[in-house]
Design a protein around this ligand. Sequence first.
Ligand code: NDP
Ligand code: 8X3
Length: 260
Amino acid sequence: MYDLADKTIFITGATAGIGRACAQAAAAAGARLIICGRRSGMLVTLRDDLVSTRGVDCHAMTLDVRNASDVAEAISSLPSNFANIDILVNNAGLASGYGPLHELDPDDVEVMIDTNVKGLLYVTRAVVTGMVERNSGHIINIGSIAGHDVYPGASVYCATKFAVTAITDGLKLDLHGTNIRVSTVDPGLVETDFSKVRFHGDMDRANAVYAKTVPLVAEDVADAVLYVATRPPHVDVRTLILTSVKQSSVTMVDRSGRDL
Ligand code: NDP
Ligand code: 8X3
């Protein structure tokens, strides 16, 4: 197994949901953490909690991954004990709006592409350079089953997650001959703030996404990320797809209400 104790793990979008669960799981495994997100209050609360309950080193950066120069500056000016990143978890992402392409708010289109694709590229570019110099590292992208199949009302979100699939595969080719691992963890429905964000705070619509079924929870995805991260150094889990047993495709979700 690849021991995470004293390894440096950078998790983007750690203020909530899957990213926060990944930070908690990595801290439990003894990793040194770099966490980022836009909401500084939640970031500092998480950092203080990880430091006090797990005794790990944690560097919190208020950072919007859409800002290329801020990303480059944040990575290039990391404190020396955090500078050599062993594992990057590209998690920051969102769906914004829902509906036919021609009815989507152009601002929603921009924010999804800027965050899920361009932001992921900015962070990856800034981090991979050091990994290549050290001939060591692991990039774990949080994709989605929406990066394998499209569903109605989500053409742009799906396009961004198809892009994550392509970037992961392309990066693997670009890093051929190095010891750097490249993986995606691609979940189906996970009950987080994802739908609240997608529906701009409309909690009735958000709650309906998870009604009468049993979705994954953020800790399920963190568990998968930890699995991928802790394989022996010669093993690269390329794609790990996980869904609730109640979900059979992007559109087939058992909402019969039957218990497990
Ligand atoms: P949440 O809304 O709970 O968390 C999203 C996280 O991303 C937050 O910490 C948010 O922090 C951060 N984030 C968003 N935009 C930015 C930005 N511009 N810069 C930095 N951080 C940002 O959603 P999830 O945890 O569910 O989503 C995490 C990832 O998982 C996303 O990539 C999503 O596409 C993917 N995913 C989610 C699924 C689900 O059903 N929930 C299923 C499959 C994949 P802040 O707002 O503080 O910036
Ligand atoms: C989020 C999961 O199925 O709602 O990526 O698109 S889904």
